[in-house]
Ligand binder design. Sequence first.
Ligand code: ADP
Length: 298
Amino acid sequence: MISVFGSANMDLVAYTGRAPALGETVTGHAFRTIPGGKGANQAVAAARAGARTAFIGAVGDDALGPQIRAALADAGVDVSRLRTVPGPSGIAHIVVEDSGGNSIIVIPGANGTVTGPAEDDVAVIRRSAALLLQLELPMDAVVAAARAARASGRERPAVVLTPAPARELPAELLQAVDLIVPNEHEAAAITGETDPEKALAALLATVPEAVVTLGGEGALYGSRGSAPVHVPAFKVEATDTTAAGDTFAGALAVARTEGMPPERALRFASAAAALSVQREGASTSMPTRSEIDAFLTV
Ligand code: ADP
């Protein structure tokens, strides 16, 4: 089983010819509500890629909470540890211009109330083969979850961190991480190195394994004491790269918990991400296990 401790949002997306300036009103041409949040996205990616997946987090007691919960459950994610708390759910308010450019306001809502895994959550984490973390919850909560996984004894879950949005990482978090999966911008923000190979080497000074994703250029994998490996991206027509990284991280965790060696696991994750960028949306774009397997055998 994989557990994901993270954020769940509803993306409220307005599509318009151009975004309004301050004080201005424009008429847009479409509006969609799309379940999102990095935590929820990674949970959906892992569940669709074939793992039993539990999501630990919070939604509000507003009208959006049940919709976010239902989207996770529909994707096959176990939502028994998803709490409903008083107040609004997390939202991302997104304006997409016809040019493709966007501007986003994230309001954490219920996500901001999470202080750490509760006792029952810790029991779920300790039964898991991997714990997926991102940085859209308060940092203290993320650190508490990582430490809970670390304290699980010999059969402890692998702690996989997507350090997004990029923030300063406390040493006690890094000490508890087994695999870190930043994109190249996050890797540069964390390490100060804009060259991905140098950033990878810097990450490996504190974490045993790292993957730096490079968008359409693929991904770089490294572990302490071995040469870095570049796994190219699959050549596909990308229409929407939203949540490519979350799809990649969720699928990578599935592959690793199934015991695939690193390069094969990266190919599996790259295939899942390549399928997702060919479709619109975040969680709605994530491929199922049979789609990933079929893609890899072509
Ligand atoms: P993020 O979404 O976090 O910014 P990236 O853009 O680095 O992450 O993408 C993550 C992974 O998704 C890449 O390593 C690659 O495997 C896949 N991917 C992203 N963009 C493309 C693309 N245009 N074509 C094929 N695969 C892609």
